[in-house]
Design a protein around this ligand. Structure first.
Ligand code: MOS
Length: 737
């Protein structure tokens, strides 16, 4: 078997090639903006040049004079047409609370202030640059430490929020023989999926079809229905393939309703393909965070006290917070724990989900502090994790459904050759290159949401699965086909899977690494129902033979599945597009997480301080692995992104203007092939009979979680210099040497 298709180990599924692979490499797969329509009008956005204030006047004369321009939507002619829909943290679909073209007020830089519509893309773009805007501008607050920002404990603004705590932290910390008291920070980051944030709307009488790359087609449908005062059943959202999302396509942004209104006014289809740069402000981003970590331990490394205070930037209107203390306080057996999360409101767009939203920054801080503690103890960092390993989370004493974190460390360490590590910083060297080996734990909550699906078996031995799940590169077409093939006893190539369309039964948002666990559970349930109906308790399991013998033209089952811990009404919420993922650290009776261990080698040029990452090993245990090929890709993609989050990525803000500076892929740095050398993914067999019927924990996000800390810890090991603010820069190493 090739490296890309690892041989399955215990409780792992076959590395079937991607169901959608051929369609994607041949260009047959149609992404949202690939759908074309006669007489389409093109939209181009005008976005705000200031971050705070109001529009005094707009002069559209020059823009309207451009040949081919048919209409320009502004707050003056739109006011009131798009109604409010709830913000996602309040249980709604919206990524922020600013009403699309709802008023002349400007809440953040890059806010949509006009939509130019024309017969060609070029006319629309030309006209957009000729819209003259005068503003009454106020000095904005950009981020932490700026005058005018407002700090609020999340506990004060969110009913759902908890600050995990147990025992008496202050006392335990004060009396701990070995302590660490440190601060970390992470910058603004943007997802930048290759597929842009497009929207195309087509009306047919009172029926609206929206083509938009989405992680939540039912969420968009429900949100737009509310915004336009329509019956949701008159709206269809189509998104069969998504060219990268990572959280940025999980919520309803302002553009969708605007394009729907534009198409209705014009009486023709309207297509929007925004620019790469506009993508930095018309959707969400990963907020900058700060962390204060305090750890106290005995001399043999047992944690006595752990405190994590997190700080996150958000917008004025929305109390968005990822609150990763939910996870970071529960990973180790510390008897005394304190935590808090504070949001800092600035004149910014509302941040949102980005791959492992909570864990990426918060576990970076925790796992960096653990490394600092290992140094203070003169202890091997893997041994420090072993000493503090636990099968019960420390806050309420709830049992983990399964937890294989030390198995992950052991397998990763063995593959990496960790036993050859000299723990003295700066002691490993190869000529001009300083060598550093670092490690970190990775974790991700096992979350699920209700899901539904329809499975139809035909007498010719084919079957079709319909569910409005989302293929965002996660491999869901493939694993759904595998589950159906197994459930019905058919070869894989006899299964058709259709996804990403509100024509099909609802599936939840493709976020929180919930899709495989949720959707495969319901597909397996539908297949079981077909089997039960056909076999009637006999031991004849030739379903196609039985179907032909019994004589119906087809047998079809519609199934609904609800995860452990779901609230009453969760299924109705699913149909409205607002099913909330449940699980992780928020269950009454147990805690469920996937775990991993990431080990990284860095090589740092002794004089120039250039940082290279020649190899990484990640071992992950996440319950049943459905397909070792697609799973390996997911995990590897996360680890590679982790290199970016540690070394490259930062959206730079002009602090005077509260505007982003590097809004393009030349200046927003990400890892390229030369930055990614050897990435070894180990899938550790694990069986979890509790999490869900198929035993899947989810792997979409965990790959990125430990990388930044492992890399920062490796940089310390190479140099003896601790950099606590991401990204790690050559300048930081030059400045301190
Ligand atoms: Mo993921 S950031 O939960 O889409």
């Amino acid at each position: 078997m090739s490296v890309a298709a690892p041989a399955p180990k215990a409780n792992q599924g076959a590395p079937a090639p991607r169901y959608d692979g051929r369609a994607k490499v041949t260009g047959e797969a149609r992404y949202a903006s690939d759908f074309s329509f006669p007489d389409v009008a093109y939209a181009f956005l005008v976005t705000s040049a200031i971050a705070r204030g109001r529009i005094r006047s707009m002069d559209l004369a020059e823009a309207r004079a451009i040949p081919g321009v048919v209409e320009i939507l502004t707050h003056e002619n739109m006011r009131g047409e798009v109604k409010k829909t709830k913000f996602l943290m309040d249980g709604g679909p919206a990524s922020n609370s600013v009403l699309p073209l709802g008023s002349p007020e400007i809440a953040y830089g890059g806010q949509i202030i006009a939509v130019v519509l024309a017969n060609t893309f070029e006319s629309a773009r030309e006209a957009a640059y000729r819209v003259r805007v005068e503003y009454d501008s106020q000095t904005p607050s950009s981020t932490f430490d700026d005058a005018g920002t407002k700090a609020q404990p999340v506990a004060e603004v969110s009913k759902r929020h908890e600050d995990p705590a147990v025992g008496n932290f202050d006392q335990a910390f004060a009396t701990s023989p070995v302590t660490v008291d440190v601060h970390y920070s992470t910058p603004t980051q943007h997802h930048n999926p290759i597929e842009l944030f497009t929207t195309t709307c087509v009306w047919s009488g009172p029926e609206l079809t929206i083509y938009e790359p989405s992680q939540n087609v039912y969420g968009i449908r429900g949100g737009v229905a509310e915004q336009l005062g329509m019956d949701a059943s008159r709206i269809r959202v189509v998104s069969p393939y998504v060219g990268g999302a990572f959280g940025s396509k999980g919520s309803l942004t302002q553009r969708t309703a605007l394009i729907a209104v534009a198409a209705r006014r014009l009486g023709r289809p309207v297509k929007l393909v925004p620019t790469r740069s506009q993508g930095f402000t018309i959707t969400t981003y990963r907020a900058e965070t700060r962390h204060h970590l305090r750890l106290g331990a005995t001399r043999d490394g047992r944690l006595q006290a752990l405190s994590h205070d997190g700080y996150e930037v958000t917008s004025r209107p929305d109390a968005y917070s990822v609150s990763g203390t939910d996870a970071s306080t529960r990973m180790y057996a510390a008897p005394n724990i304190a935590s808090s999360v504070t949001i800092v409101r600035a004149d910014r767009g509302t941040p949102g989900f980005m791959r492992a939203p909570a864990e990426t920054p918060y576990i970076y801080a925790l796992e960096s502090a653990m490394d600092e503690l290992a140094v203070a103890l003169d202890m091997d960092p893997i041994e420090l994790r072993r000493v503090n390993d636990t099968m019960k989370e420390p806050i309420k004493g709830l049992p983990y459904t399964s937890r294989s974190v030390m198995t992950c460390f052991d397998q990763a360490a063995s593959a990496f050759g960790w036993s050859k590590r000299n723990k003295t910083p700066g002691s490993m060297r190869d000529g001009d290159w300083l060598i550093g080996w670092g490690c970190a734990m990775a974790c991700y909550p096992t979350l699920m949401a209700p899901a539904s699906a329809r499975v139809r078996l035909l007498p010719d031995g084919t079957a079709r699965v319909e569910t409005a799940a989302h293929e965002i590169g996660n491999g869901i077409y493939t694993v759904v086909a595998q589950v159906a093939a197994e459930g019905l006893g058919l070869p894989l190539d006899r299964i058709t899977v259709v996804l990403g369309d509100t024509m099909w039964p609802p599936a939840p948002v493709a976020g929180g690494s919930i899709t495989t666990a949720s959707v495969c559970s319901v597909v397996a349930q539908a297949c079981d129902a077909i089997r039960a109906k056909l076999t009637d308790g006999t031991d004849n399991h030739d379903l196609v033979g039985l179907l032909n013998k019994k004589g119906p033209g087809a047998i079809e089952e519609y199934a609904e599945w609800v995860p452990h811990g779901a609230k009453p009404g969760a299924l109705q919420a699913l149909y409205r597009g607002s099913a909330m993922p449940v699980g992780g650290a928020r269950l009454e009776d147990r805690i469920q997480f996937a775990f991993g261990a990431e080990l990284v080698e860095v090589r740092i040029q002794a004089r120039t301080k250039e940082i290279k990452v020649p190899r990484m090993v990640g071992a992950f245990a996440a319950g049943r692995i459905m397909n070792t090929r697609t799973a390996r890709s997911q995990l590897m993609g996360g680890m590679i992104w982790g290199i970016g989050s540690a070394l490259h990525e930062e959206t730079e803000i002009d602090r005077r203007a509260a505007r982003y500076v590097n809004t393009n892929l030349a200046d927003y740095l990400i890892p390229v092939n030369a930055d990614v050398v050897n990435v070894d993914v180990i899938m550790v067999p694990e069986e979890d009979k509790l999490v869900n019927p198929i035993g899947v924990k989810g792997i979409g996000e965990i790959g990125i979680v430990g990388t930044a800390a492992a890399l920062a810890n490796a940089v310390f090991h190479a140099t003896g210099q601790r950099i606590r603010d991401l990204p790690l820069r050559i300048d930081d190493l030059v400045a301190i040497s």
